[in-house]
Design a protein around this ligand. Sequence first.
Ligand code: NIG
Ligand code: FE
Length: 414
Amino acid sequence: MDTLIKNIKKLVQTEDVQRKWVAGKDMAKLPSIDNAWLLIKDGLIADFGTMDNCPEVDEGTELDVQGRMVLPSFCDSHTHIVYPGSREIEYGDKIKGLSYEEIAKKGGGILNSSKLLAETSSDDLYEQALERIHEIISFGTGAVEIKSGYGLDTENELKMLRVIRRLKETTPITIKANFLGAHSIPMEYRNDQTKFVDKVINEMIPAVAAEDLADYIDVFCDNGFFTVEDTERILMAGMKYGMRGKIHANELDYSGGIQVGVKYNALSVDHLEFVGPEEIKALQGSETMPTVLPGAAFFLNMKSSPVRDMMNAGLPVALASDYNPGSSPSGNMKFIMSLGCINYKMTPEEVINATTLNTAYAMGVQDELGSIARGKKANLIITKPIPSVEFLPYAYTSHLVEQVILNGELVALD
Ligand code: NIG
Ligand code: FE
């Protein structure tokens, strides 16, 4: 069935020729059409243009969206939304002054979620994650990458990844799965980290691959977590099974994570609070998307990643939510845009590029999502009536998503 959306105040992020990402100075440009229409056929964007040549549809639905804007759905290329419970107790510790690393050292943090996960049934885990999926859809997210990483043993990592597969099968949002076996070192391996890395490589990766449960492979390559050498070994092992790297890097220090990610052609390196000239040089000319997670930096009160330096060096930058119970308990990509503007001094155009096409690339879906282009999936946001595109990040807590279309269908929002 066809759907015609007409009288669109502004159709944002349009493309006649598809780009793989937006980089450097181009990030300040946001191609858009005023007073536009958009036609959806079989779940895909069939065509679009200006109202002076609006087509008629004989059969199908017409949506008159006067005063409203239409954008491609957000792609959230870094989340951990399959997790049990919550960790607001650590929030108190953090407010009192304990750092993320200090909490982790005490056996808190990721290990707390891991303990609870082992006691949680798959059905319960699925239901909790489903609620978060509905929440992010209502915020305008149309594609999400989800990591494992709270299992920390083979059985529980498989449990998480099977939940992600069930979410793929039962929800209209596009999902990519990322195997993060090396998220934290379990207490019993704290004196022999290499033994745990061996287990990830020899036991977990083959088991994950046998059920084809992961599109990507992740490692938390940082101070106090996994080393460059660990990361190298895990990335190589994953690549043998066709899992490309998408890794946590340089959140806590100049860890070498960015360089090792680029060396193994990771699709993205994420966090990036610690980036200097060497890291920027490594990223230049690579196929790796630098991805910044402003929600985690905000929640943990960390220094901001030097996003402007990266863009000045001609790099693309993506912004994702990192939705997880420890460092970013929110998947609101509109708020991520606001943080991008306020804390990283990005312009509204830059943050829209960073949360749509660049995050689509960072999760390997840039051919099907991330912009308004003919043939791409019709995953769209219809805003409430708003005065300008800048109003979206400006009104930083207003809920401005009125309707959501996924695969060409209007989604009922709670
Ligand atoms: O991306 N940095 C590592 N992992 C997550 C946090 C996970 C957690 O604390 O539960 C992150 O911030
Ligand atoms: Fe993360």
